[in-house]
Design a protein around this ligand. Structure first.
Ligand code: GLV
Ligand code: MN
Ligand code: MN
Length: 408
């Protein structure tokens, strides 16, 4: 089918400029686009507008993921591309949005080339990829793939105690039918997510690479229960200070990860009552850990837990461990990966320690990823960056890949 060209849509740089101010903190320069908040709503409105301005069929699925369809949304073997628009707290501009903006730009490029599509093509914005608000990453894709149940999702709460379904409702999304969407995923022939690279695997000659695998990773919550008391009157020997147990656990995490060639990070804590002159009653620390294989990851987390429990024994602090989310190792579909490499004339294949919706979808759909060079390797920070020329190389690469997949 040949497609009519709608009125000239916004180009890559124009779309980029439109999104740039949305949800950016004036004080940090970082983004605070979190699931179902006001900035997220603005990003969603932007997505819908991009879809409509291109004459694409717009759809919001029951898990809060947005879709823009070229061709029949009910058709079989659809080729899907896209990413996410939400961010980590004070995140960068590229993680997520680069994939969504590049998808619209790649579609425009294909139309300009006069491409004839033989399969439906969709652009998707998966909701709540970063899990910044409710603690679990990739909520939208995880629900669709049946890797997070409605019951589990209904239990998730943000830092203010607001439940996920209530936050959805407040944002105008009906949460009553969230859950596995196998029928939708069965209609997808392939999913390709373009993403900013988050390490420094791409060298001077290579602006674009193809993903090989994602390390298994997860999030664990450690609760250190101590005893609140007066900072000025309680003798050191009489204290049950969970901050000590927590501090020892952080150091143990670093050591165990180093010894195993893994990664372990405490990037978020909550302290009660959180007073300078009070010994804490509770320290809650969230561990993010990743490793090349699942056995190593399990061993590292177990060793950290053991170190925490041992120190807790000494401090008179009870330690509880809860696994909040987990993604097994993802080996992307090899024939699809090789097809992308060939379509790009031999692009390099890279591993990544970062999680992605593509990693979740890989459990149900042939899935691949493209990475666009990030000169500093910095990500999840306002310093995250990619040069415009590399972004445009990414758009061209995505267009080549989509043409190969959707126009045969
Ligand atoms: C998502 O970006 C993650 O790797 O946590
Ligand atoms: Mn991210
Ligand atoms: Mn991302």
């Amino acid at each position: 089918m040949t497609l009519p060209f709608a009125a000239r849509p916004a180009g890559f740089e124009e779309m980029w400029a439109e999104l740039l101010p949305v949800g950016r903190s004036a004080s940090s320069g970082g983004y605070r686009r979190h699931a179902w908040n006001a900035a997220d709503a603005e990003c969603r409105a932007w997505f819908e507008e991009q879809a409509r301005s291109r004459g694409l069929a717009y759809e919001l699925d029951r898990n809060g993921n947005q879709w823009a369809w070229l061709g029949d949304p009910q058709g079989q073997g659809a080729i899907v591309t896209g990413s996410h628009l939400d961010s980590v707290p004070d995140g960068g501009a590229f993680d997520g949005p680069l994939g969504v903006v590049s998808s619209f730009a790649a579609l425009d490029e294909l139309r300009a080339r006069g491409a004839e599509f033989s399969k439906p093509l969709a652009i998707v914005n998966f909701g709540d990829e970063e899990g910044a608000r409710f603690g679990v990453a990739c909520v939208g894709s995880r629900l669709s793939a049946g890797l997070l149940t409605q019951e589990q999702a209904y239990e998730l709460r943000d830092a203010n105690g607001l439940r996920l379904p209530d936050a959805m409702e407040r944002a105008g999304q009906d949460p009553s039918a969230i859950g596995a969407d196998a029928e939708r995923l069965a209609r997808i022939g392939a999913f390709v997510e373009l993403h900013v690279e988050q390490g420094r695997y791409l060298d001077e000659d290579q602006p674009v690479g193809v993903a090989g695998a994602i390390w298994p990773h997860g999030r664990w919550r450690f609760d250190f229960h101590g005893e609140a008391n007066h900072a000025g009157t309680t003798r050191l020997v009489d204290r049950h200070d969970p901050m000590l147990t927590y501090a020892t656990t952080v150091l143990a995490a670093r050591k165990k990860a180093r010894q195993a060639g893994a990664l372990a990070t405490f990037g978020k804590i909550a302290v009660e009552p959180n007073g300078t002159n009070a010994i804490a009653s509770l320290v809650r620390g969230w561990l993010d850990s990743r490793a090349a294989d699942e056995a190593t990851l399990a061993a590292v987390v177990e060793q950290i837990h053991q170190a925490a429990a041992e120190r807790g024994e000494r401090d008179g602090v009870k330690v509880e461990l809860v696994r909040e989310s987990y993604t097994p190792v993802v080996d992307f579909d090899v024939p699809l990966r090789d097809r992308l490499v060939a379509a790009l004339g031999g692009a390099p294949v890279l591993p990544t320690g970062a999680g992605h919706d593509a990693g979740i979808l890989a459990s149900a759909v042939p899935t691949a990823m493209l990475f666009v060079r990030n000169p500093s390797g910095v990500s999840h920070s306002p310093a995250e960056h990619a040069e415009v020329a590399d972004c445009l190389a990414g758009v061209a690469a995505l267009a080549d890949v989509l043409e190969d997949l959707a126009c045969q």
